[in-house]
Design a protein around this ligand. Structure first.
Ligand SMILES: [Zn+2]
Length: 144
């Protein structure tokens, strides 16, 4: 399944992708396909982590991020910002954009009691998730 369609990208942007990225798109599509297969059993969350993608494709993380931005542009994935406790690494919340990140967030994961983590304190992980459109497309393609 060609999720990231280069012809379409080129039409929309009236420009070509840098050759370095272009070369990686077939592998990216393969990675997405496997991730979609996995997401069928591991519902409801199928996060694509930039550093994992980088490892799989043997590229650096900046390049993996660039590929994910292109994929976002193509409507394949959407970014999610995960807020984590800086001490326990526990998941505290999920936000759509940097602007949505809270000034402080409540954290129940401490033996000493509950804590409040400020924006300078908590950790943020950027992950990507398949859009509902892509998930529907995948389910349809695999039903018939
Ligand atoms: Zn905490």
């Amino acid at each position: 399944m060609q999720l990231v369609d280069l012809d379409r990208y080129q039409q929309q942007h009236k420009s070509d992708l840098p050759p370095k990225l272009k070369k990686l798109v077939p592998e990216l599509n393969k990675y997405f396909e496997r991730a979609l297969e996995r997401s069928q059993d591991a519902a409801p969350r199928a996060d694509i982590v930039p550093v994992t993608l980088a490892k799989k494709l043997s590229i650096d993380e900046a390049l993996a991020l660039a590929l994910l931005m292109i994929s976002e542009n193509a409507g394949v994935v959407t970014p999610k910002y995960h807020v984590l406790c800086p001490e326990t690494g526990s998941f505290l919340g999920e936000f759509k954009s940097i602007e949505d990140l809270p000034d402080s967030i409540h954290c129940p994961y401490h033996e000493s009691g509950e804590k409040e983590h400020g924006v300078d304190d908590y950790d943020v992980d950027l992950v990507f998730r398949f859009t509902p459109r892509v998930l529907r497309k995948y389910v349809r393609a695999n039903k018939g």
